[in-house]
Design a protein around this ligand. Structure first.
Ligand SMILES: Nc1nc2c(c(=O)[nH]1)N[C@H]1C(S)=C(S)[C@@H](COP(=O)(O)O)O[C@H]1N2
Ligand SMILES: [Mo]
Length: 437
């Protein structure tokens, strides 16, 4: 693992220092600065590197790096996971390639892993306890998982989790942190009890403003007095009927890396609010002040800023509902397709607390958009499946782009949206490469 980690670090070091001899190395290109690439490239160079013609080349935005060059090449072994791409091994951070997210309900082996610290090592669900307290809690109480199961109504919901930093790798100038591409997202089902039932059982004072979580993972430094992460949500979000304390994912034990034996799920917001290895909940009379609550963590500038700007913490705001986004999960980027056949294209779309009303696809670099068929969500805060088909006019290199819209009319930009210092909330349209022969 360490060997692979240093490879990743080396890749990061060469970011922006593109030399001619690596210009067409597909494995290196995805972590390189796009502008540096394009300074040295031309349409001729691109078609030579692709080995085929680009029929819609005239419609290609200047500065676009063909998706075909961005190969996902790092596969790793994490217990209970399959095919994930590792970004960091301490703490473990691994994302799911888009084509492995094709299922309507994300299987346990394909849910991404984003750890800030070191997960607990010996977990016994029979003795695990959850303590509820805080300034605005009427009566502090402690529950075992069996207590939760015996006292409250059991609920199963499909809920989407997306890391606030998903898509960070595309920001320029680069933002530090895990260089997620598109794979820090998933939508499994969770079974547990409603957070609000548990909070109301303990009593919520009128002064309640926020609910914070504490998990049983430890800080990377090993210092028992330090906490890796302790975030939370405003009381209104905590009291929504979809906010859960869950002990099952897709009907099975939650995978260890995803929070076994108990986790919070407050979907539609940065997944950092969904505490794993949940051991405490605090009903706070103020904005929760746990680790990584304060700016610049999970915060963006209050007003948009020029790329590369320094933004004082006081001018940042905490990220709440996530933006509109979509993913093409079929076909896999890089496939070869027969000109005579229609190509089915499908994926998912989601929009934080909101609902998707349409998804469009384009095969001509965004000049023409075709509507797709869209399903409703299984329940509020689940992603929505969409499917359409395209037919290509002649052989050559194409990209399929997808773009979703929500009920507020918000859509996705074709380029990276508002630059922010930590590289959050990139909802640029997803692109895949197709070779038509
Ligand atoms: N206790 C604890 N909870 C946590 C984290 C963590 O490191 N420790 N990471 C958070 C972040 S930043 C994200 S994106 C999600 C990731 O959930 P997953 O690993 O199950 O996909 O968990 C959140 N909950
Ligand atoms: Mo995250």
């Amino acid at each position: 693992m360490n060997d692979l980690k240093s490879k990743t670090e080396n890749k990061l070091k060469i970011r922006g220092e593109l030399s001619a001899d690596v210009a067409f190395d597909a494995n290196n290109l995805n972590s390189l600065n796009r502008r540096a690439f394009l300074k040295k490239s031309s349409l001729i160079a691109m078609t030579t590197a692709l080995g085929m013609n680009i029929p819609f080349a005239g419609l290609m935005p200047p500065g676009l790096v063909p998706k075909a060059f961005a190969a996902d090449n790092l596969n790793f072994d994490i217990q209970g996971k399959e095919g994930l791409r590792l970004l960091n091994d301490r703490p473990i951070n691994a994302e799911t390639p888009a084509h492995l997210l094709d299922d309507s309900v994300t299987p346990n082996k394909y849910l991404f892993v984003r750890n800030n610290g070191i997960p607990p090592t010996s977990v016994d669900p029979a003795t695990w306890t959850l303590e509820v307290s805080g300034e605005s809690c009427v009566e502090a109480k402690t529950f075992t998982i069996a207590d939760l199961q015996a006292t409250f109504e059991e609920v199963t919901l499909q809920l989407q989790l997306e890391c606030g930093g998903n898509g960070r790798s595309e920001f320029s100038p680069a933002a530090s942190g895990n260089q997620w591409t598109t794979g820090a997202v998933g939508c499994p089902t969770f079974t547990g009890v409603r957070l609000r039932d548990v909070l109301n059982y303990c009593g919520v004072e009128a002064t309640a403003k926020y609910v914070g979580y504490v998990g049983a993972d430890s800080h990377l430094s090993g210092d028992p007095d330090r906490v890796a992460i302790s975030r939370g949500v405003p009381i209104e979000k905590a009291l929504e009927r979809e906010s859960l304390i869950a002990w099952k994912m897709n009907g099975e034990d939650i995978p260890l890396q995803n929070g076994f034996p108990l986790r919070l799920v407050c979907a539609g917001w940065p997944a950092s609010v969904s505490g794993k290895w949940l051991s405490k909940l605090l009903i706070r009379d103020r904005i929760h002040d746990g680790e990584k609550m304060a700016a610049p963590s999970y915060s963006v500038p209050q007003v948009s800023v020029a790329p590369g700007s320094k933004v004082p913490n006081e001018e940042m705001k905490i990220i709440e509902s996530m933006p509109v986004k979509s993913l093409i999960t079929f076909p896999q980027s890089g496939i070869t397709h027969d000109l005579r056949e229609r190509l089915i294209v499908r994926g998912h779309a989601w929009a934080g607390d909101n609902q998707i009303t349409a998804v469009f696809v384009s095969i001509d670099f965004g000049s023409t958009w075709l509507p797709t068929g869209l399903n409703g969500p299984a329940n509020r805060l689940a992603w929505q499946d969409w499917e359409g088909w395209v037919q290509f006019p002649e052989p050559g290199y194409y990209e399929i782009w997808a773009r979703a819209m929500d009920q507020l009319g918000r859509s996705q930009p074709m380029v990276t949206p508002s630059w922010n210092p930590r590289g959050y909330l990139n909802n640029a349209a997803h692109r895949i490469a197709v070779q038509v022969t």
